[in-house]
Design a protein. Structure first.
Length: 235
């Protein structure tokens, strides 16, 4: 196993920030995305655009950024009855979880990412999950990720390290981290190129990016942006 990193990369704000985090630390970085027939499929379309923009804006990172892998997880969409895999209203369910929760999604993502990392010889996996400022998904919790790391290492007889740079950061702190890593250029790239909206809206430009502004993910991103801008203003 080398010290290279494989980043779980959706094309959204969080995973793009995590990709920058990995490029700032490792000499060899690759990315993996997942097509699970998500309703916001526009994120799959922007992934290569974000990668190209990163290469152009940050030449020092371009030489480190290697292959991008796409995994077809259509079966997850087939067995899921959620607002992210069906044209259904986004609501809060009786179990206290939002209807956008896709059971097993991050567990599958980490398993397939580890399988690719094993083949590619990478030790480090990087995921943009967090439990500080999120939608209540249990598979984003720190305990879940740590349990998965143990299971993957036992099941593959290796020593993966699963990094979650955003685990204890809210969205405002995620914007701040992007600025720390790549300055205004990276923040502008996140604003202009990434896609976070659950509705897959890339037609409306707000101050915090190309989003509908109405879904839970948009609202978190907007609130974080407003707080970041407020904190960034000189006294």
């Amino acid at each position: 196993m080398s010290d290279g990193a494989l980043v779980l990369f959706s094309g959204g704000q969080d995973s793009t920030t995590c990709l920058a985090w990995a490029l700032d630390r490792y000499d060899r970085v690759e990315t993996v995305g997942f097509d699970y027939r998500q309703r916001h499929r526009v994120e799959l379309e922007v992934r290569p655009q974000v990668l190209d923009a990163l290469r152009q804006a940050f030449p020092a990172w371009a030489s480190k950024l290697g292959d991008d892998h796409m995994v077809d997880l259509g079966v997850l969409g087939q067995v899921s009855e959620t607002a992210l895999t069906r044209d259904a209203e986004i609501t809060m369910q009786a179990n206290g979880l939002p209807s956008t929760f896709v059971p097993g999604r991050n567990l599958l993502f980490l398993t397939f990412a580890a399988t690719i990392a094993y083949r590619r010889g990478f030790k480090h996996l990087v995921a943009g999950v967090c439990e500080t400022d999120y939608s209540g998904y249990p598979d984003c919790r720190d305990d879940t990720v740590k349990a998965m790391q143990v299971a993957l290492n036992l099941g593959m007889e290796t020593r993966f390290v699963v990094h979650t740079p955003l685990m204890w950061r809210d969205k405002a702190e995620t914007w701040a981290l992007a600025h720390d890593l790549g300055g205004d250029a990276l923040v502008d790239l996140v604003l202009d190129e990434t896609e976070t909206c659950y509705n897959g809206d890339d037609a409306h430009r707000h101050s915090w990016g190309w989003v509908s502004g109405t879904c839970p993910a948009c609202k978190l991103r907007a609130q974080g942006w407003a707080t970041h801008v407020l904190k960034s203003r000189p006294n």
